[in-house]
Design a protein around this ligand. Structure first.
Ligand code: NAG
Ligand code: NAG
Length: 508
């Protein structure tokens, strides 16, 4: 009897609790002070799990789709245990970038700064940010990009592709050039079994960056070791921050220490050498530049180099992979690229040159369109996060100081009001009708490289890398994706199988 009554009371209580809970959730729509409408989800976890659920990078994902349908383009949520306003509104995102350092601060959790390094540029604010950024921008002069970087890219593209054998399976992400078919297969099985997203090295962009940051050539044995540690480090960067032996985060921290040791040693050696006028250690690379032009501590230089390597290499390799993926389904675009490249080569032969120049790159409007469309549809960085350092009023909404903020780029890049049929890979949308001129787009509608005080200083290098790789690939190879694979936002874009492709060298 007792149990029966108790059970009834319990059931009734649960029902009342659920009703109240549901009501309170529904009531969260209008807020005092006009905070954007939204759903705070469950206590503490909020809506984090839904937000983190991997989705195709060419879609906005369930979380954004459902919330935008219910609340519009600016809404409140509860992610990672704190209130957060998510914006898919181009104007608000622009507002954020315009006022980034004045009204916002980096909103990264400590677990991320532990592995990325607290002196890495992502965590700097104010003058320290300005100073480090201007160092990077000055190093990346137009001169350097046009000449040194372009030369290296041309060389590395040939170097990487020279070892491709006809009909072997290669992974677009894991550009294992020295690995034969058999070993590649084994690696895939291993990757699948361990269920780790196959983000390995993409040697092309890694070689370019290591050369320009540390003057290490692709033939140097040290590069294999760097690559290995570096991959473990980046996997840790995007992992769940569990500091327990064996986790990806733990391994990432360990690799971070090893990489820093190598960087510290190199920095020290160069500093000693520069005491006696540089000697053999005076090198025209990013590390040398920072040593000569700043008084940064060893720790700061280490974080800066690691971050630059990550930002510069990781994102470009994913972008190139996306480009291969999209083009695989679009033979018409490949035909048009071939035509454009052939035109450039013919005019070069007439003028006696053979190497691709910066002017050639700039003149290739269809290539430029393929790159823009890849960045729009592929969404390498789907969103960024900040924390508000002051109240913000925007179009009648209040976003209070202390709240976090997400500027969602993919939701803008995939907005049907801005891009017709947004899920279609359509490079021609970037061209003006039949004249083949490039269409100007508002920077708030298209921000693959962010904006404002933190605009990616390597944007031009990334685009150039994509163009050079594409140029070499399309002119010399036929390729086909060998196993179905899709770009997933998890939370960085990733191909779970590494996008294996089969290549065949063209005879021309
Ligand atoms: C923030 O940025 C907008 C441009 O989007 C600008 O009009 C406004 O004045 C800025 N606000 C402050 C306080 O700097
Ligand atoms: C490429 O686009 C630019 C900018 O719109 C235009 O001035 C140029 O004529 C175009 N080039 C070609 C080859 O169509």
């Amino acid at each position: 009897m007792f149990t029966m009554e108790a059970l009834l009371v319990l059931i009734a209580a649960s029902i009342i609790f659920l009703l109240v809970f549901q009501a309170s959730r529904r009531n969260s729509k209008p807020k005092p002070g006009n905070i954007p409408p939204g759903d705070m989800g469950w206590p503490i976890v909020g809506e984090t799990l839904m937000f983190l659920k991997p989705s195709l990078s060419t879609t906005v994902g369930d979380f954004m789709e459902q919330h935008m349908a219910r609340f519009g383009k600016i809404f409140l949520s509860n992610l990672f245990g704190r209130p957060i306003v998510v914006s898919a509104e181009p104007e608000l995102n622009r507002f954020m970038f315009k006022n980034d350092t004045k009204m916002f601060e980096p909103g990264w959790p400590k677990s991320f700064s532990d592995i990325a390094g607290k002196s890495s540029i992502s965590f700097l604010v104010g003058d320290a940010l300005k100073h480090m950024r201007s160092n990077i921008v000055e190093f990346l002069s137009t001169e350097r990009i046009r000449n040194l970087f372009l030369q290296d890219m041309e060389y590395m593209a040939s170097f990487v592709m020279s070892s491709w054998k006809d009909d072997t399976l290669i992974s677009s992400l894991d550009e294992a050039t020295k690995v034969n078919n058999h070993v590649t297969q084994v690696r895939y099985r291993h990757e699948k079994a361990s269920n780790s997203p196959c983000f390995e090295n993409f040697q092309f962009s890694f070689y370019i960056m290591v050369k320009n940051i540390l003057s290490i050539e692709p033939e140097d044995p040290l590069i294999e070791r760097l690559l290995k540690e570096y991959n473990t480090f980046t996997r840790g960067l995007v992992s769940f921050p569990l500091k327990i032996p064996g986790t990806r985060y733990w391994k990432g921290l360990k690799s971070r220490r090893i990489l820093l040791e190598i960087l510290y040693q190199e920095t020290e050696e160069r500093r000693i050498a520069s005491g006696d006028k540089g000697g053999s250690k005076k090198k025209d690379d990013f590390l040398g530049w920072v040593i000569r032009n700043t008084d940064y501590s060893l720790e700061k230089i280490g974080d800066m180099m690691l971050h630059t390597l990550f930002a510069a290499h990781d994102t470009s390799s994913r972008a190139i992979c996306l480009m291969i993926y999209f083009l695989d389904n679009c033979p018409k675009a490949i035909a048009e690229l071939k035509e454009e490249f052939a035109g450039v080569i013919t005019s070069k032969q007439q003028s006696g040159g053979s190497k691709l120049t910066y002017e050639d790159y700039k003149s290739m409007n269809f290539t430029q369109s393929v790159i823009s469309e890849t960045l729009r549809l592929g969404n390498i960085v789907s969103h960024i996060q900040r924390k508000l350092s002051t109240d913000i009023h925007f179009k009648g909404f209040l976003i209070p100081k202390g709240y976090h903020f997400v500027a969602h780029f993919s939701a803008v890049h995939l907005d049907p009001e801005l891009f017709e049929d947004p899920q279609r890979f359509d490079p021609w949308r970037w061209l003006i009708g039949s004249s083949c001129g490039l269409k100007k787009r508002s920077s708030s509608e298209f921000m693959p490289f962010g904006g404002g005080a933190r605009y990616c200083p390597g944007a031009e290098i990334a685009r150039l890398e994509m163009a050079v790789f594409l140029h070499h690939l399309v002119r010399n190879y036929d390729w086909a994706v060998a196993e179905p694979d899709c770009p997933m936002t998890a939370p960085f874009v990733d191909f779970y199988k590494g996008l294996p492709i089969r290549v065949r060298r063209l005879t021309n």
